[in-house]
Design a protein around this ligand. Sequence first.
Ligand code: HEC
Ligand code: HEC
Length: 454
Amino acid sequence: MISKMICSSARLCALAAGLSVLSACKTPPPAPVDQVAKGREIFFNETFGGNGRTCGTCHPAENNFTLDAAFIATLPPDNPLFVAETNAELRKNFENPKLMRQFGLILENLDGFDDLENKFVMRGVPHVLAMRTSVNSKQGPRTGWSGDGAPGDGTLRSFATGAVIQHFTRTLNRVAGVDFRLPTAEELDALEAFTLSLGRQQDLALPLPLKGSVAKRGQEIFLDNRLGKCNLCHANAGASANFGGGNLGNANFNTGVESLPDQPAKLTGEKIPLDDGFGRPGNNTFNTPPLVEAASTGPFFHNNAIETIEGAVAFYSGDSFNKSPAGQVLAASDPQKVGIKLDATQVVAVAAFLRVLNAVESIRQSIELLEAGAQEGSAAREEDKQLLRQAVIKTEDTIRVLEAGGLHPEAVAHLQEAKELANKAARSLFERPSLIKQAIERQRNARAQLVDGF
Ligand code: HEC
Ligand code: HEC
């Protein structure tokens, strides 16, 4: 109680404890600070003495830890994402505001800061969900779109340091201690614990007993190593490759995304240098992302070149993929010498499968949030409200993902009810437990429309 009063918020206590400045929180001794909670605080609130951005500026929880143009359009002009528009020091060679607003693209100087005018790439923001399943490979950790991490050893810890230097600076001098401060070892541990806690903690075991005939056929195509061939690189719709005798972990490939003609961002005429992927100079390979999370986190690929999940699946039947090194390898080991060739109905079926997988995962997360939002006691009330609001947002997501594919209208109807109930639960106090129970029930009803046996 005393520590509560003196520290005024859990955040201050956690930070104070983390920095070993315990005087204000001395009696009674604070509970051991939970790494994940501490990491969450840093992720969403710590600016590292920089330009005002936090990790959550680009990886917002309310948008699946990623950015897209529609979400960016809802932000006020003074949001720190837009520092290049509001801070004279960062007007040139820090971001391209036009490409950020139209396509959610972020500027990065992956090959160093010595020629800001010419040496940069424009990349989309990856969600940081299911990182537990998508970092390890036989060659070491693989983070970021090209898998080479930010400067350093490619680990999640180094990635956070690289992010501060790249995105948090007050001026283009990028002097640590002046333009920002570097995260401490303790902060990096906490950030790593937090990012690893997000989303799925393990891979699925496909096939799932899906109920919709189109999604079911999509799953067959996905898993068929002579047809869709997706499972070779995205085993179990995750981020690990499994061919040539076993699990290769989170591998890199050159799949030819850079060769796509008429990329939306390039149509603007803005300068966009070639992104050469892994290494310095790059070898043109990119790191395989997990697919369970894909349908709700577009646009797709490292350069946000494709807006829809159907378009992303169709990419694999086009020239850019089939002429790429990865496409050629697939063709060479195919009896008919084709890489990947799906017709329109098959493309839509695979996309439907990815939509349904995404919805099943979102429902799992919504139920988790709803259950967590039913804590007892007055101190938990405000926190419960936040959790219930997150469940509402997650459910809206699930609805959008299914509706946009014309899939499972009965499940969508259940989800609409679940959303209303969660909304009511957030507003009510006395009825909250029973409303939460009903909302969970509707989520389960929705899931029962998608898949058997959960
Ligand atoms: C200005 C926007 C921005 C900010 C702020 C930002 N990130 Fe990112 N983040 C990105 C982009 C863009 C990428 C893709 C980077 C790449 O591929 O080179 C990324 C990638 C990542 C990845 C790799 C995900 C994967 O799938 O491998 C992690 C982890 C990550 N960020 C964590 C953080 C942390 C921790 C912070 C805060 C210290 C942070 N980010 C701040 C834009 C941002
Ligand atoms: C040779 C390995 C390989 C094969 C085969 C493969 N992929 Fe990929 N996939 C990748 C890599 C690597 C990326 C990242 C490419 C990039 O951004 O440049 C990717 C990215 C994606 C993305 C974008 C995800 C995101 O979050 O932006 C989708 C969707 C996708 N793949 C679906 C599929 C489907 C469906 C198939 C089968 C038709 C398939 N992939 C086959 C390696 C592969």
